[in-house]
Design a protein around this ligand. Sequence first.
Ligand code: ARG
Length: 443
Amino acid sequence: MTKFNNSLTVGKAMYSEDIEGTGAYVLALHKAGILDAKELAQIQEGLKQVLNEWENGKFQEKPGDEDIHTANERRLTEIIGPLGGKVHTGRSRNDQVSTDLRLYVRKHLISGRQCLKNLILCLINRARKEIDVLMPGYTHLQRAQPIRWAHLLSSYATQLTDDIQRLEMALDITNRCPLGSGALAGHSFNIDRQLLADELHFPKHMGNSLMVVGDRGFVLDTLYWGCSVSSHLSRMAEDLIAYSTSEFGFVKLSDAYSTGSSLMPQKKNPDSLELIRGKAGRLFGNLAGFMMAVKGLPSTYNKDLAEDKRAVFDTLDTVKDSLDIFTGVISTLSIDVGEMRGALSTDMLATDLADYLVRKGVPFRECHRIVGQVVKAAGEAEGGAIDNLSLKEFQAIDERFGPDLYSAFDFESSVEKKSVRGGTSKSAVLEQLDCIERIVSGF
Ligand code: ARG
């Protein structure tokens, strides 16, 4: 049972948050008259030493240390004597663990935000440099319409920018002070909750104490944020894995982010991206697993909640690592402009040909049918490309085709016609990049 009940192995990652929380708590106890100035100073000295021991790898865990809270208190009491026993007056591990975990999650969300920003800026940078590169855009993984490579990069940056906003929501919910709630019913010594919040740099303290000790909404929000980021990274990884195959040949991962095969000398595998895609599965598990753990709990604290740390620590670490690796992949990737351009085929301009007829006043549905016939006729003719048909052949299908129809068969102008906001023309993509950069610089 001792082993089963132990949460120190995982929870000790919060050693400094636990000491920080206690540091604020003893100030409030002093203000409430529980500790005199001398006692306060002694405790603060002792806490410093405990922190020091952790930081220098000198902290000795003992078999009776159930979790980080009991371990730190046990050590403090060894150092300063029975006075250490005053520290927990009016506090419970229930409000303590929530405080520690909020401090920990807050810190890691803030560094996670930086990782997100780094990747977004790296994508924007690359998109600006390679703004002129055209490639096929796909739906259903079938060639659809020509797009700019920068437009694809910009789509990645856009979805990750949404993830910064999701992060802000999780951060706001996390950034609230639970300390002073006691075990469940509140505090009997009129502790100054505002002081506790201020000391720990929480913009506000929380209300209903019953809710506070049983609440892990901030953990679930953080886990969901991790799922959102990792599902985006996973899809981006999937694109690049496909584009790096010989069948596509659009991109080449740098050696630093690929590995060889132990058997096949010719292999270069995109392991970095496969790992990112694979780890996303585990992160979804963290969310689903912890949701199952909380869904049937009676009100207030139950030990099931101790499952929170393993899940959220793993998610925060993994998301940040994945973001950093992806930034490395993007900044060192090489692209094959010729292969990308070479993969464009004129059938991808069938919609442009329909638009040509639309501009002559033909209803779009009719244009769609007419161009369908063109595609069919081209498929039956030599070469199979729609721009191979002669004007006569076009006019046999519909007499409204004129000699200027061939101007529809230009990839560059097809892309440039998509100048609507959010589209794939050069100015539209550059505008998107500026817009993302503006949003991101606000965080
Ligand atoms: N060890 C617990 C955890 O890891 C915290 C203790 C909570 N309170 C209690 N009464 N057991 O979440």
